[in-house]
Design a binder for this molecule. Structure first.
Ligand SMILES: [Zn+2]
Length: 179
């Protein structure tokens, strides 16, 4: 009923006391039978940044890491603890592309299952529209190998493996001219 990478099938021991008596008490909760520690599986927050060039083409990155090595992605990443989504968006673009973005506007939230090191990390990807004057000065760094621009309507969704990124592109197409 759950995939091999689902927390219910991966987490075997209490992270507090190390007990093996650590049963799942639901699809997203565990309780240790020895020390009563409760553990909940929640969505991790992440950001995706939507940057368009002067031709109305959207910026995509190529992944330099697993999962989905070599496939398309949108720039962004996990939000650090106690960081705002806006701060994470600015930081991730600086880290991945070496430029500064501004004028962030919330576009929507898109759930995803991100399988990393054999473990399903459930995320909620917050998409932000952003602006920059530095698109011509971008350099691919960090966990991306290169970048490219595509019209949302023309991007090959098979090249974009993440469910949330696919849904962001679909919503951009649906809401074209209104954001
Ligand atoms: Zn315990």
């Amino acid at each position: 009923m759950y995939s091999n990478t689902h927390p219910v099938n991966v987490l075997k021991f209490c992270p507090r006391c190390g007990s093996a008596h650590f049963p799942a008490t639901g699809s997203r909760s565990f309780k240790c039978e020895d020390c009563s520690f409760n553990y909940y599986v929640n969505s991790a927050a992440a950001v995706a940044v939507l940057l368009f060039n002067e031709n109305g083409e959207l910026l995509f990155t190529r992944r330099a890491i697993e999962p989905h090595f070599g496939k398309l992605d949108l720039p962004g990443g996990f939000i650090d603890p106690m960081e705002t989504g806006e701060q994470a968006a600015v930081r991730e673009i600086q880290e991945e592309l070496g430029i500064t973005v501004h004028s962030l506007r919330y576009f929507g939230s898109f759930p995803n299952e991100y399988i990393f090191s054999g473990y399903s990390v459930f995320t909620l990807d917050l998409a932000f529209l952003a602006r920059t004057e530095s698109l011509h000065r971008m350099t691919a760094m960090d966990d991306i190998s290169s970048f490219e621009f595509h019209q949302p309507l023309k991007v090959d969704l098979d090249e974009l493996p993440s469910i949330s990124m696919k849904n962001i592109v679909k919503e951009l197409i649906q809401r074209e001219g209104t954001y």
